[in-house]
Write a protein that binds this ligand. Sequence first.
Ligand code: ADP
Ligand code: ADP
Ligand code: ZN
Length: 215
Amino acid sequence: MLIILLGPPGAGKGTQAKRIVSENNLVYISTGEILRKAVKEETSLGFRAKQYMDQGQLVPDELVVEIVKDRLVEPDDKKGALLDGFPRTVTQAKFLDKVLPDVNAKIDRVILIEVEENELIERLTGRRVCSECGANYHVQFQPPKVRNVCDRCGGDLYQRDDDSLETVKERLEVYKQQTEPLISFYQEKELLSTVDGNQDIDGVYKQINSIIEDL
Ligand code: ADP
Ligand code: ADP
Ligand code: ZN
């Protein structure tokens, strides 16, 4: 099974993805998380990606497709994969179409999470992330039990550099220009399902889950 989560920054892709993968035994592939890890570990990929990420721009396609290619091969004990934050451009989507047959996979569904812009800004500027396991929190909407400490692993929570108001606005603009064209790209292939992401986390999850159950 291969599922893609599509949607603007702050739509709740990461939050939903973590639950979907654990309940459906899928490999979780988040290009954003992979890139942040590379930046933290100061690898050459991280060094090249950081300048774009800090400015709210997309990392060039050539760099991103390489990291995805390596991960698409599924371990035997998993039922498939969930892609979060990839593809983000039409070039990346075409790349995916080209490489999937090599790994005997095809896209089962592209799930678009739609959320209003004002809500996205509130979600992103209040987001906190676990430095150890990557779990997402929100100071108001999804606070940890103990302030700045991850419920799951006890790691410290931090605010991403690119979650400042200025960079958030840039990322939303980049989404409109470079990622939104994927909506019609997948609509034309009859692969798109849309979910109302303005609901609470459980409500969104239920809608996504009913789509997955029908696959
Ligand atoms: P994305 O991966 O799409 O950028 P996240 O899953 O990181 O989004 O969510 C962005 C922020 O919004 C996080 O702080 C998260 O806790 C919060 N959040 C996620 N889903 C909801 C929701 N349905 N309602 C309110 N806040 C949410
Ligand atoms: P969010 O969902 O909050 O926008 P992500 O964690 O998915 O955040 O991505 C963070 C940053 O990593 C993006 O702003 C971009 O710079 C880079 N990035 C992640 N995925 C891609 C991708 N598929 N193509 C290009 N850049 C990416
Ligand atoms: Zn954690």
